[in-house]
Ligand binder design. Sequence first.
Ligand SMILES: CC(C)(COP(=O)(O)OP(=O)(O)OC[C@H]1O[C@@H](n2cnc3c(N)ncnc32)[C@H](O)[C@@H]1OP(=O)(O)O)[C@@H](O)C(=O)NCCC(=O)NCCS
Length: 154
Amino acid sequence: MLVEAVNWLPERNWSREQILANPELAHYVTGWPRPDDFGLVAVDAADRPVGAAWCRYLTAADPGYGYVSDDVPELTIGVVETWRGRGVGRALLRAALDAAREHGVPTVSLSVERANFAARLYAAEGFRTVESFEDADTMVAELGTGLAPASTGS
Ligand SMILES: CC(C)(COP(=O)(O)OP(=O)(O)OC[C@H]1O[C@@H](n2cnc3c(N)ncnc32)[C@H](O)[C@@H]1OP(=O)(O)O)[C@@H](O)C(=O)NCCC(=O)NCCS
């Protein structure tokens, strides 16, 4: 699902090997699970994975693209192409934020390239932009503040 997330642009077709060989990308999954990692996998009726959303703490020494602080985990989300646009991503995002609340995590961050429609999904689910770079924004969701709508179970 990291491959799906990285390759959100159709013309960007990086292989799993290329992505895992790039430390700035591989560190979102390397050594999974660490004790404080959490996330969810969506599966189809045959139990095949169709998407995932996960949170990982990265540090100032090895920051993610959406790094804001050592005590704020960064969210990554990806849905396989054939399942996109069918509500899986929104459901995963809501479930991941619910999982964060259950873990007592007050804030979650992410990075989204500005051209990606996913930024609108994140904003609709309570994320706000806290830092802008040339092509990407860092967004955070403050949990338990009422900003993120409750899951509808969809
Ligand atoms: C971003 C992603 C996780 C969203 O998951 P999804 O299952 O496709 O999204 P959903 O079906 O839940 O749709 C969520 C919203 O996005 C909108 N949307 C979905 N696909 C869209 C598209 N291609 N263009 C514009 N909007 C789109 C939907 O309309 C929906 O909004 P609405 O409910 O107001 O109509 C998924 O598309 C994906 O994996 N994309 C490639 C990887 C990626 O971009 N990851 C995030 C990197 S920051």
